[in-house]
Design a protein around this ligand. Sequence first.
Ligand SMILES: [Mn+2]
Length: 548
Amino acid sequence: MEKEIYVIGHRNPDTDSVASAIAYARLKRELGEERVTAAMAGALNPQTTWLLSRLGIKAPLYLADVHPKVRDVLRRTAVSVAETAPLLTALELFHHHGIRVLPVLDQRGAPTGVIPLLKIAERSLATGPASLRLVTASLDSLAACLEASFLAGSGDGAVETLHLFVGAMAEESFTAKIAGFDPANLVVVTGDRRSIQLSAIERGVRLLVVTGGLAVDKDVLRLAAENRVALLSTPLDTAATVSRARLATPAGHLADPGFESVSVGAPLGRLREKLLHSGETAVLVLEEDGTLAGVATKSSLFEPLPYALILVDHNELSQSVPGAEDLEILEVVDHHKLGNPPTSNPIPFITAPVGSTCTIVASLYEEHRVPPSAETAALLLAGILSDTVILKSPTTTAKDRDTVSRLAVLAGLDWQAFGAEIFAASGALSGYGSPDRVVGSDFKLFSQGEIRFGVGQVEVFGFAEFEEMKTELKGALASLREKEGLELAGLMVTDISSESTMFLMDGGQGYSRFMGYPQPEPQVFEMKGVMSRKKQLVPHLIKVLGGR
Ligand SMILES: [Mn+2]
């Protein structure tokens, strides 16, 4: 079976990781690998959402978790037996399929137990006249196993425990032999010995079996009917009848209800635990509705998984979709520092210190002499522009610049205008819907001693919109501070293009003069080079608030 291959970027996907996954999957398909699909390990951010709709491209498949499931390795060809079927059928199944455990199913197809081969072996090893003559079966299943028909009386499905005697001796000896047994629990097997037949019927045995397909006298039949003795005629000889009768026990009667089971949707790890640590040789796998899906054994754990991954825009498993560690990684295409785990096979590992993964994917198109479509070129272009902040980031290389010019031509786009569009889409304050949402969408609470404060952050492309909205934003910040009962509430408006932040602050007037940043107007601080709330602003505020 050919594997399904997912090209997937890191968790919290950004535009570069989504664009490179889609474009690389497209290249693979162009090169003839049909089962390659672009995937993503998280929801799209607003910028990427905008981009894909702008280009009319469908979002990649969302894979939240790729931990292999039991269904991925299960062979759905389980051999099973109905609980009403005789042990004879079960034995035939063991024989023909070379299995060690046989699931027993109810009418609905749900397992009620399992028959281990060992249990059947133990049963047939039982010796001693008492246990050898015990037959646990219904008259119906006895008739079926003996290929017999009722000449008197009729059967039913109730399982009874009967003692079997062969009438192959003189009538007197036979009578002595069965003395002491309740006739209602006796099965007598005999040929055309009229005296034995009559003796059994007169005693009112439960069942008389006449072997060899031999004729039974009319008066014997009449007497059997009168005495309510069931009478079966079988074509089998006496020896075969005796051994078959012991195999008429319904499978359900032997089923062990204490079996291990796991759902098809359960993680493969759970099956591994059950098989390796519980000492079970087989675990029943159930469909969601409780019916049998299959039987998993240790060899199931060595079945190849039906899918594998190509990682783009990351190489560290800690950044990968959960479960990636259990799958085969076929390739890596990335521009980050290396932190990849070892692989068991040599793989294409394509990395370069460039500004974006899309730059590398664009060069792979070139290498394979596959010209990207205008749409793919635009997608790759967006990935580069996004990751390099329109070629302004210090990570930008000459290779990124060359690639951008080349892709812009193929896509028929002005890259600068396209870049501005991309960032406007991610950074538009108006896109939040209201000043309250701008302030509150990513608002986090902190404290310094007794002082509680909160800081929100939004990213913008240029401060023009902020200048227009700042009065409304101050109002929203004030009501949020009041609502949360905070000493200070702030909003970081971070401009990705200039890598600086305007920090809008409500409350904490007494601290303003300790902030150490220029204040173009009351409540606003201009913080050049500050981008990170976690690493820069919050540690600074904690120092300021604590120092007073
Ligand atoms: Mn990237």
